[in-house]
Write a protein that binds this ligand. Structure first.
Ligand code: BG6
Ligand code: BG6
Ligand code: GLC
Ligand code: GLC
Length: 937
């Protein structure tokens, strides 16, 4: 009895189930769901690392931005050539895309030819590889009778990791799979391709877009299925891409919308993150590969390595006596003798075992039935592990998308391609099942990419082509705003001529050069309490300034801001000045000083003819003011009369000053080198200290008032010495009113001028100041929209509304941080519905207009500083410009471009810009202090 049992025991031992034996041997390759979840979590962490700017450089999963911002929307169209390099086949294609039709409805037609790439070319010199590619392209054109004369847009599927900063550019980071051509790493492969096409010659090809195969696969499937937002390749190599929220893609500017990210997940584990899951067989495959230590995940998953893994396991099991009675053939020892195609054949339903026997016999082995079952099972474990790992990776991506969208469930389609997925009989089913098990709450659909990635590449290219032609047209429109150095030199020369002409008494001059009767900058002896009123910038300000003798930094200021309603700006003069008197009354109440008859300085930021410091006749309104009965009248008297009419308080208005003059004085209080004042705000203007001898009009006036000229009196000499210079309010905004800027004025500027309250006047100001820049931008946007290049061609009422773009919006639009998001929300606020591409164009338009403004002011300033330098007979001048205005202070680029231009245009001057801290009011108060001191003397 016992003997019978023993015999049966040995029999069962000998007849052990061959699959169990393999299971035990390969237990490390059999991954359970908890392990898959663990791998999935690790992959999620790697994705995060790759997306972040700080950790990207060190990340093994590179998460490369692709610059593909949307999946197909059906509007793509055109005829393209395509190259598909990097999968198991190299193909040249012609792809025709018809608008508005899915692939299945015949929206895409393709004609393709496969060209071989010899191993020595794949692994030879990079330029030879690309020459081979471009010669194949030419062969295709000739064979298919495609015109060589015509220009052909080309889409390039290049299935290797590339760092892209645009769709038509990509630096090869490293080769993978079976490619290792020399001299291309770090190079822009699009350029390399263009160079090769040029070398081959005889073709006119425009390479418009380069995409990874995963991206192209996603796009192909996305043409028919709007839910397709993931592309997956399980072929020679393996990889996945997906649509990520742009706000998470640190390496690309912008927060709005999505961008496709090429994960390059083949590199997962290159930093050891998978070392507890890799087996001795994985390590052997890696050691013997082209790229040891790299693409660890790919080597566990993809077609290039699966057969080899199976061979190494079979070899090892045979060597330890678990297969073929311990016999090993020479063929089995040779790398590559078992391929992924063999693995697929061995796992075929019904014929699998027969196939296995044939394959093993071809390797000079004599397998038993059990050996065949065991080897087939090895294949199953190896390929099952592959699909399990892909499922874990996909689960990580899908969970991320789900989290991004803040959704409990997710409906999504994965576009898939690659020989393993397409030819292995069990692979797709296993993969789908595990993904659905790992993510029960997601509705995941898998769609096989319909004949390769080239359609997708063509779709990307169609969008790129549309964008490229749009960019060309936008560039063309904006080219008239881009000034050359020569043009800027001309502007400087014209400004200089204008300054000189304005100083003369005879002849009209576009630049008025108004004497200010301010003869010197502050000396620190000013003291006392003064009221300053400030009209003409964005707001009206009333201010109380208290100077303490010798304490330059300690002037105390109290102020209040009042807005001037449009109806007051453009009503009657009396209404305007009554309104000012009312604001002053309010301010005095606020300060509790109604009864103190304070000396007051009046900053009045419009051109005034002055004959003394306390009178000023308004020459003409600027900047949108047009109150009646003011031009030709003394504004000080008008203010005095309004105060009198109010009969409530009294003021001693001792000085009227332009804002430039006030600003210069205010800054000169801190910096004695400050002899220029500049405003870049609602309007633009400059004042500077000119030699009195050069001011014909002032010299005449001085002669009239000083009857005792020539008296050898010490006091008089001192007074004369003090009056060697006088501040001139240039009113440079008028440059061009005589037509001298007509060659740089664009039709958009003309439109803005025509729609203004003072057509034909202040032409320089209308090119450079805050009040007009937004309008210039609006005119350009209108034109671009009418041309169908913006806002999908919809010219809305909002866009037709004058004044919608204020300077503050321009400043925000051009700021770098959060730019795209801000632009879209600003445009939204303004009632303009924009997409990402629209916002990029709007930003570009703002940039061109504001840069031109800053450059023109720079050229103008260069003329002013050079004049001062020459006045003083100096080779080199150090000078400070006191500056104010919202454009200078708030715009992110204006001041930088201004300074840069002055430096280039006036190389013999060292110009420092000092922003005015308290506005021009303090300066006006200083002037008042001096005027009152003089009176007291
Ligand atoms: C093809 C695509 O169908 O699949 C290629 O057109 C891609 O772009 C390839 O690289 C991936 O699979 P395999 O098996 O050829 O590497
Ligand atoms: C203010 C000055 O700070 O700047 C005003 O006090 C001046 O006098 C103004 O007119 C200019 O800037 P904006 O941007 O208000 O026109
Ligand atoms: C390799 C490449 C990757 C490609 C994949 C599939 O992993 O690095 O770019 O997508 O193979 O072809
Ligand atoms: C306008 C005015 C000028 C003022 C400038 C800045 O150009 O004419 O006087 O200085 O705006 O406010």
């Amino acid at each position: 009895m016992l003997a019978v049992h023993l015999v049966s025991f040995f029999f069962t031992k000998l007849k052990e189930d061959p699959t169990k034996k393999v299971d035990r041997f390969l237990h490390a390759m059999r991954l359970h769901d908890d392990q898959l979840n663990d791998i999935s979590a690790r992959f999620q962490a790697e994705m995060k690392k790759g997306l972040s700017a700080e950790s990207n450089a060190a990340a093994s999963v590179r998460m490369l931005p692709t610059h593909v911002r949307s999946t197909p929307d059906g509007s793509e169209k055109g005829q393209f050539l395509a190259l598909d390099l990097g999968g198991s086949k190299f193909k040249v294609l012609q792809v025709k895309v018809r608008e508005g039709m899915g692939i299945r409805k015949g929206g895409v037609e393709m004609d393709e030819k496969t060209y071989s790439i010899p191993k020595e070319v794949r692994n030879g010199r990079g330029s030879e590889l690309f020459d081979h590619v471009s010669e194949s392209l030419k062969d295709f054109l000739l064979e298919r009778n495609i015109s060589l004369e015509k220009k052909h847009p080309l889409a390039f599927t290049f299935s290797f990791p590339c760092e892209q900063s645009a769709l038509d550019q990509g630096l090869l980071l490293s080769w993978s799979k079976n490619y290792s051509a020399r001299g291309l790493q770090g190079k822009d492969v699009v350029q390399v391709l263009r160079d090769s096409i040029d070398r081959t010659g005889g073709m006119d090809i425009e390479v418009l877009a380069m995409v990874n195969d995963t991206v192209a696969t996603m796009m192909t499937c996305g043409f028919d299925d709007q839910y397709c937002e993931v592309g997956l390749i399980i072929g020679t190599g393996t990889n996945a891409c997906y649509m990520e929220e742009l706000r998470h893609v640190d390496l690309v500017e912008g927060d709005e919308g999505r961008m496709c990210v090429n994960t390059e997940w083949g590199g997962f584990g290159d930093d050891g993150a998978l070392s507890d899951y890799t087996t001795e067989f994985d390590r052997d495959v890696d050691d013997a590969s082209n790229n040891p230590g790299r693409q660890i995940f790919e080597k566990m998953v993809s077609g290039m390595y699966l057969g080899e893994l199976v061979r190494l396991v079979v070899l090892k099991m045979a060597k330890v006596g678990k297969l073929f009675d311990g016999r090993v053939s020479d063929a089995l020892r040779i790398k590559g003798k078992i391929t992924t195609a063999h693995v697929a054949a061995m796992e075929e339903y019904k014929n699998g075992l027969t196939n296995t026997r044939i394959i093993l016999e071809e390797l000079d082995l004599t397998p038993s039935d059990d050996d065949c079952v065991a080897v087939q099972h090895i294949s199953t474990i190896v390929s099952f592990r592959s699909s399990n790992l892909v499922a874990a990776g996909l689960a990580a991506i899908l969970s991320r998308i789900k989290k991004n969208r803040n959704k409990r469930g997710l409906r999504i389609t994965v576009g898939v391609d690659g020989t393993v997925y397409k030819t292995h009989p069990q692979y797709p089913k296993r993969l789908h099942k595990v993904v659905r098990r790992l993510l029960p709450e997601c509705h995941v659909r898998f769609v096989l990419s319909d004949s390769g990635s080239s359609k997708g590449a063509a779709l990307v290219t169609a969008v790129a082509q549309r964008l490229a032609s749009r960019k060309r047209q936008v560039d063309e429109t904006l080219s008239s705003f881009r000034l050359s150095q020569e043009q800027l030199k001309l502007v400087k020369a014209r400004m200089r001529a204008g300054l000189e002409a304005g100083l003369k008494t005879k002849g009209p001059s576009a630049i008025k050069m108004l004497p200010s009767f301010v003869y010197h900058t502050p000396d620190g002896t000013e003291h006392g309490k003064y009221l300053a009123l400030d009209l003409g910038g964005t707001n009206f300000r009333a201010m109380l300034v208290n100077f303490k003798k010798g304490l330059q930094q300690n002037a105390r200021l109290y102020h209040k801001i009042y807005t001037i309603p449009l109806e007051i700006m453009q009503g009657t003069g009396e209404e305007l000045f009554d309104h000012l008197a009312q604001c002053v009354s309010d301010f005095l109440d606020y300060m509790g000083m109604k009864n103190a008859r304070l000396p007051a300085g009046f900053t009045f930021s419009f051109p005034c003819e002055q004959t003394a410091i306390d009178t000023g006749t308004l020459v003409s309104w600027t900047k949108g003011f047009k109150a009646t009965d003011c031009e030709g009248h003394d504004v000080v008297s008008m203010l005095r009369e309004a105060i009198k009419r109010r009969n409530e308080f009294d003021l001693d208005i001792a000085a009227v000053v332009n804002d430039t003059v006030g600003t210069m004085m205010s800054c000169a209080y801190e910096d004695p080198q400050c002899e220029i004042g500049m405003i870049a705000g609602t309007g633009t203007n400059v004042c500077y200290m000119e030699e009195v001898k050069n001011i014909e009009k002032a010299v005449q006036k001085k002669g009239k008032t000083e009857e005792d000229k020539g008296t050898p009196d010490e006091e008089q000499d001192k007074a004369d010495a003090e009056m060697l210079k006088m501040c001139i309010n240039t009113e440079w905004g008028g440059l061009g009113d005589d037509g001298s800027l007509d060659d740089i004025i664009t039709p958009y500027d003309t439109e803005v001028d025509q729609n203004s309250v003072n057509p034909g006047k202040q032409r320089f100001e209308k090119l450079t100041s805050g009040m007009y820049l937004g309008e210039v931008v609006r005119q350009v946007l209108l034109d671009l929209t009418r041309g169908g290049l913006l806002f999908r061609g919809h010219v809305t009422e909002t866009l037709k509304t004058p004044g919608i773009f204020q300077t503050k919006y321009l400043s925000q639009i051009e700021s770098d941080r959060l730019a795209l998001l801000q632009i879209r929300s600003i445009l939204q606020q303004l009632g303009l519905n924009s997409n990402c591409d629209d916002s990029i164009i709007v930003k570009e338009v703002c940039g061109a207009v504001s840069r031109r403004a800053a450059q023109l002011c720079g050229a103008g300033m260069a003329a002013v500083v050079d004049k001062i330098r020459e006045n003083r007979g100096l080779d080199h001048l150090n000078i400070t410009v006191g500056v104010d205005g919202a454009l200078y202070k708030l715009h992110p680029r204006f001041s930088g471009v201004l300074k840069e231009t002055v430096k280039i245009m006036a190389p013999q001057c060292n110009v420092t810009f000092l922003p005015s801290e308290e506005g021009s009011g303090k300066g006006a108060a200083l002037i008042t202090a001096v005027a009152r001191k003089k009176q007291e003397m």
